[in-house]
Design a protein around this ligand. Structure first.
Ligand code: HEC
Ligand code: HEC
Ligand code: HEC
Ligand code: HEC
Ligand code: HEC
Ligand code: HEC
Ligand code: HEC
Ligand code: HEC
Length: 477
C-alpha cells in the first residue's frame, strides 16, 4: 500500500499518466471528478445509506467516485441515460480491472470465473426440471433464486437495464455483457469494497456451506475456526498489508490458506492455486483434469499447488506435522474413491447402458440414493478431511455413505439385476454382466464383511477387539 501513499503527492500528472498506462496499479485521484460530485450531491439525498457506505471505503479516500465506476460512453449496450450522464448499473470485473489488473487477471483465470457453466450438470437438471418449471419469464424461478445467486446468471439487458430474470445477481461466475466473468462484489460488498471483509470466513461461507460443500461448517468446527472466533480482535483484519506470520498469527481464515500472502508468496485471486485434489466429482481427481476441460490457462501441476499450500501451513506448523496431515487426507480420499466412488460409478454406468434403469435422471429412487452418496455424503467426508473437520469426515460423511450404500443402494442394485434377468432379451445379458461385477465388488477386501465372507483371521481379530473393549467398558462401571 506504500505506493499509493507516495503517488498521492504526485498529483494530476501521475493521474493522466496512469490513464494512459493500461495495467498500472491504482492511484489516488487528486480530487473527486466533477461528474462524481454531481452524482454524490444527489445520491446523498436519494440513497443516503449507499452514499455513506462509499464514504467509509478506500475508494472515497482515493477519490474514486460513482462516475469512475458507473460512468460509460454511449456505445455500450447497457448504457443508460441518467440525468445528464450515461451510466451502466452493473460494474463488471473488467471495469474494476482498469485499475486492478492483477486481481482481475487472476480472477478471470480461476474456477470462480467459470462457475456459471453448470448447464447440463445433474444438479442443473434438478433445478430446471425436477424441482422447477418454466413459468418465470420462460425460466425456472428456482434456477434464478437458487443456483444462480451463487454460481452467476447470464446478464441480459433491455432498454439499458438488466432484466429481472438475470439481475439482481452477484454470483461468482456471472456472465457479463462485456464478456468478463463473475462479480467482484461477491466478496467485496458494495459500496465499501473492503479487503478486511473478504478476509473473514463468513464472506466465503455465503456460498461454501450446506449439504454438498460444507466448508463453512467444517471450518467452524475445526481448531482453526475455533482459534479464529476466539481471537478475532487479534487478527489485524483492517491492516492494509496482511501477511500471515507478520501481521497476524492467531489463526488462519479461508483467505489465509487459499488467497492471502505469506512472506514468500504473494496473494492470489485464483483460488485454485493451492488445491491438489478436486473433491467435487463422484471420484476425486487431480485439478489439472477439470481445469483443462474448463479452458483455464497456465494450469499448475497439483504438486506445485500442494507446495504452495504447505508453505502457508509452514508459517504456523512444522513440516513433519504438515506432511503427516497430507498423508492422512490422501488416505481418506483413496479410501472413499476405491471403496465407494469407483465401483458406484461403474455400477451406475452398467445400469444405464444395460437399460436396467431409464435414461431420465432422477425418476428412480436408486438415482437419488447414488446422487446423495457421492454429491452430498461422499463430498462431506473428503472435504471434512481436507480441512480438519472430523465430524464431517465421519458422522456426516463416511458413516452416511456406508449406511446408504449397504442399506439402500446395494439392495436396489440387486433388485434391478433380478428384474433384468426376468425381463428377457438383451436385459438378461446386461443383468448377468452386472451381477458378476457386483459379486466381484462385494467379495473384495473392502466389502466381504457384508456378505459374511471375512477370512477366519479377520473374524478372529474383530472378536478379540470386541472382547477387549467389553472388558475395559465393564471395568469402568
Ligand atoms: C438529480 C439526482 C441524481 C443524479 C445527479 C444522479 N442520480 Fe443516480 N439515481 C437517482 C435516483 C433518484 C435514482 C433512483 C433510486 C431508486 O430507484 O430508488 C438513481 C438511480 C441510480 C442507479 C441505479 C439505476 C437502476 O436502474 O437501477 C445508479 C447506478 C445511479 N443512480 C448512479 C448514478 C451515477 C453514477 C450518477 C452520476 C454520474 C448519478 N447516479 C447521478 C438520482 C440521481
Ligand atoms: C468501485 C466502484 C464503484 C463505485 C465507486 C461506486 N459503485 Fe455503485 N456499484 C458498483 C458495483 C460493483 C455494483 C454492483 C453491480 C452488480 O454487480 O450487480 C454497484 C451497484 C450500484 C447500484 C445498484 C445496486 C443497488 O444496491 O441498488 C447503485 C444505485 C449504485 N451502485 C450507485 C452508486 C453511487 C451513487 C455511487 C457513488 C456514491 C457509486 N455507486 C459508486 C461499483 C461502484
Ligand atoms: C478508477 C480506479 C479504480 C476503479 C475503477 C476501482 N478501484 Fe478499487 N481501488 C482504487 C484505489 C486508488 C484504491 C486504493 C485506495 C487506498 O489504498 O486507500 C483501491 C482499493 C481497492 C480495494 C482495497 C480496499 C481495502 O480495504 O484495502 C479493493 C478491494 C478494491 N479497490 C476493489 C475494487 C472493485 C471490486 C472495483 C470494481 C467494482 C474497483 N475496486 C474499482 C481504484 C479503483
Ligand atoms: C449456496 C450457494 C450454491 C447454490 C444455491 C448452488 N451451488 Fe453449486 N456450488 C456451490 C459451491 C460453493 C460449489 C463449489 C464447492 C467446492 O468447491 O467444494 C458448487 C459446485 C457446483 C458444481 C460442481 C462444479 C465443479 O467444478 O465440479 C455444480 C455442477 C453445481 N454446483 C451446480 C449447481 C446447481 C445446478 C445448483 C442449483 C440446483 C447449485 N449448484 C446450487 C454453491 C452453490
Ligand atoms: C472469492 C472472494 C474474492 C473475490 C471474488 C474478489 N476478491 Fe479481491 N480480495 C479478496 C481477499 C480475501 C482479499 C484480501 C487479500 C489479503 O490482503 O489478504 C482481496 C483483496 C483485494 C484487493 C486489495 C489488494 C491489496 O494489495 O491490498 C483488491 C484491489 C481486490 N481484492 C480487487 C478485486 C477485484 C478487482 C475483484 C474482481 C475481479 C476481486 N477483488 C474479487 C477476495 C476476493
Ligand atoms: C458467490 C458464491 C461464492 C463465494 C462468495 C465464494 N465462492 Fe468459492 N466457489 C464458488 C463456486 C460456485 C465454486 C465452484 C466453481 C466451479 O468449479 O464451477 C467455488 C470454488 C471454490 C474453490 C475451488 C477452486 C478450484 O480451483 O477447484 C475454492 C478453493 C474456493 N471456491 C474458495 C473460496 C474462498 C476462500 C472464498 C472466500 C474468500 C470463496 N470461495 C467465496 C462460489 C463462491
Ligand atoms: C488451514 C487452512 C485452510 C483453511 C482455514 C480453509 N481451508 Fe479450504 N482447503 C484447505 C486444504 C488443505 C484443502 C485441500 C487441498 C487439496 O486438496 O490439496 C482445502 C480445500 C478447499 C476447497 C476445495 C474443495 C473441493 O472441491 O475439493 C474449498 C472450496 C475450500 N477449501 C474452501 C474453504 C473455505 C470456504 C474456507 C473457510 C470457511 C476454507 N476453505 C478454510 C485448507 C484450508
Ligand atoms: C496462522 C497459523 C496457522 C496456519 C497458517 C495453519 N494452522 Fe493449523 N493450527 C493452528 C492453530 C492455532 C491450531 C490449534 C492448535 C492446537 O490445537 O493447540 C492448529 C491446528 C491444526 C491441526 C490440528 C487439528 C485438530 O483438530 O487436531 C492440524 C492437523 C493443522 N492445524 C494443520 C494445518 C494445515 C495442514 C495447515 C495448512 C493447510 C495449517 N494447519 C495452517 C494455526 C495455523
Amino acid at each position: 500500500m506504500k505506493r499509493y501513499g507516495q503517488t498521492l503527492f504526485a498529483g494530476i500528472f501521475i493521474t493522466l499518466l496512469w490513464c494512459s498506462m493500461a495495467g498500472a496499479q491504482p492511484v489516488f485521484y487528486p480530487q473527486l471528478s466533477k461528474e462524481s460530485r454531481a452524482c454524490v450531491e444527489c445520491h446523498k439525498e436519494s440513497t443516503p445509506g449507499l452514499y455513506q457506505q462509499w464514504g467509509y471505503g478506500k475508494h472515497f479516500r482515493g477519490n474514486v467516485g460513482c462516475y469512475e465506476c458507473h460512468g460509460t460512453d454511449t456505445t455500450d449496450r447497457d448504457a443508460l441515460k441518467h440525468y445528464n450522464f450515461r451510466i451502466h448499473v452493473i460494474v463488471t470485473p473488467k471495469n474494476c480491472g482498469r485499475c486492478h489488473v492483477t486481481e482481475y487477471t487472476q480472477f478471470e483465470n480461476s474456477h470462480h470465473a467459470k462457475a456459471a457453466e453448470i448447464l447440463g450438470s445433474l444438479d442443473n437438471e434438478l433445478a430446471e426440471v425436477v424441482e422447477g418449471n418454466k413459468a418465470f419469464r420462460g425460466r425456472s424461478a428456482l434456477l434464478v433464486n437458487g443456483c444462480k445467486q451463487c454460481h452467476g446468471s447470464i446478464i441480459k439487458i433491455k432498454n439499458g437495464q438488466p432484466t429481472a430474470d438475470t439481475w439482481p445477481n452477484d454470483g461468482i461466475g456471472r456472465i457479463n455483457i462485456d464478456g468478463s466473468r463473475g462479480s467482484c462484489t461477491a466478496c467485496h460488498f458494495r459500496h465499501t469494497f473492503s479487503a478486511a471483509q473478504a478476509r473473514q470466513p463468513e464472506t466465503c461461507g455465503r456460498c461454501h456451506l450446506g449439504p454438498d460443500h460444507p466448508q463453512k461448517e467444517i471450518y467452524e468446527e475445526s481448531r482453526h475456526g475455533i482459534a479464529y472466533f476466539n481471537n478475532k480482535e487479534k487478527m489485524n483484519l483492517e491492516s492494509a498489508k496482511w501477511v500471515v506470520g507478520e501481521d497476524y498469527s492467531a489463526a488462519p481464515t479461508c483467505a489465509t490458506c487459499h488467497m492471502s500472502a505469506t512472506l514468500t508468496q504473494p496473494a492470489t485471486h485464483d483460488i485454485g492455486d493451492r488445491i491438489s485434489w478436486n473433491n467435487r466429482p463422484p471420484v476425486s481427481v487431480r485439478p489439472e483434469i477439470p481445469d483443462k476441460k474448463l479452458g483455464l490457462k497456465d494450469v499448475l501441476p497439483w504438486k506445485t499447488r500442494r507446495e504452495n499450500m504447505k508453505e502457508v501451513c509452514g508459517v504456523c506448523h512444522s513440516s513433519g506435522y504438515v506432511d503427516g496431515f497430507y498423508e492422512q487426507y490422501d488416505g481418506l480420499v483413496k479410501l472413499y474413491n476405491e471403496k465407494f466412488g469407483e465401483p458406484g460409478v461403474r455400477i451406475m454406468k452398467m445400469l444405464k447402458e444395460g437399460n436396467l434403469i431409464t435414461k431420465q435422471p432422477f425418476d428412480e429412487k436408486i438415482e437419488w440414493d447414488w446422487f446423495e452418496i457421492w454429491h452430498h455424503q461422499g463430498r462431506r467426508a473428503r472435504m471434512g478431511a481436507s480441512m480438519m473437520g472430523p465430524d464431517y469426515t465421519h458422522w456426516h460423511g463416511l458413516y452416511e455413505v456406508a449406511k446408504a450404500w449397504y442399506m439402500d443402494f446395494i439392495p436396489e442394485v440387486r433388485e434391478r439385476i433380478a428384474k433384468g434377468k426376468r425381463a428377457g432379451g438383451e436385459k438378461v445379458t446386461a443383468a448377468k454382466k452386472l451381477d458378476s461385477y457386483l459379486t466381484k465388488v462385494l467379495n473384495s477386501d473392502n466389502h466381504r464383511w457384508f456378505t459374511g465372507k471375512m477370512t477366519p483371521s479377520e473374524k478372529a481379530e474383530r472378536e478379540k477387539e470386541r472382547q477387549s473393549f467389553k472388558k475395559r467398558y465393564l471395568r469402568k462401571q
